[in-house]
Design a protein around this ligand. Sequence first.
Ligand SMILES: Cc1ncc(COP(=O)(O)O)c(C=O)c1O
Length: 384
Amino acid sequence: MSPTPVSFSSPVAPAGYTWEATDEEVSARYGVPLDQVARFDLNTSPAPPDLAVRLLAANAFDRPISEYPPSDYRRLSEAAAARYGVARDQVLVGAGADEILDLIAKAFLPSGGAAVIPTPSYAMYRVDTEQRGAEVRAVPRLGPADGFAMDGPAVRAAARGANVVWLCSPNNPTGLAEPAGAIESLLDGLLEDAAGGTEGPIEPPIVVLDEAYAEFAGSSKVGLMATYPRLIVIRTASKAYALAGLRVGFALAGPDVIARLAPYRPPGSVAIPSVHIVTEALLDDGILAENLERVARERDRLSQGLTGLGWIVRPSVTNFVLVDFGTDARAAAVAEALLAHGLVPRTFGAGHPLAHCLRITIRSAAENDRLLAAAATLDLEEIA
Ligand SMILES: Cc1ncc(COP(=O)(O)O)c(C=O)c1O
């Protein structure tokens, strides 16, 4: 019998979507002390930058927390614009990339519309699409031998008449970026299709390029906004900046597209401490370099260690790796064994194309050591 996944179902989420279990739920269910629960499932970084800790301790933000944040997030938008190489009117601030995804769905996905998702990818694209009452056109990605790349011609075909195409590069949960030129060719094709409509030119779909993990890969496609005016690039402070708890993300797009999104934005969803700390973090060059170096070093060490134990670890340019266990039952059994140690991997439920895999976040050296030690006690041949 396969174990019941550790999850919490919201009564308001679209059918089939569950949130991850909390630390407290894991602790209670597996009898592990709360401080021994380690999150290998959320693709966060294990510790915030010193700069953020200092600013929080100083308790001195741009303005008192008795006030609302500035309605234009001016300094934060300027810092993001400078960091990402765009103009200030090409930036929209949100409470995490997740709020940006929600705003895009509200602005561009009418009920009865359609969105294309190269699958598997980040779960919220489907959730946001379904919440709008729009159709999900899932296009299977190529296999591991092709780096789980999107199937460009199939995505282009599915995009005919669609409102939105959700792209993610590097992709969560597969860990690699799209191959060189793939996104450019897709955008060219979409422009060609829009120009050559049988009843005259039509607007090409909005293309969302979620670059939540771009810093780890060291490259961005934000420059493509110049050739594809309906491109929205998404960035976040949650991953490479190690500030997920502050909930700050950005949409980068042409001023016209930003103006279409802006009316859906709540006036002050990003709290004053978050605005202040992320502004300073974006202006600082050191934070990023330090975390990127740490992640790359630990990713190599963890991948090599697990490979040495016979685990099939897929290559990754991100702060997580995908591990292939061959069968759904074995992946589920390994997840249960890790959970018994308080180590929480990301599982993919029955029916998911990666149900035979687990996704594992690169954590601190000490936490990664705990994972390696737990993995060393498992005999994969014996399991399931
Ligand atoms: C691809 C992708 N986009 C967006 C997010 C959400 O990021 P944020 O914390 O900025 O809401 C995640 C988080 O895991 C992600 O993997």
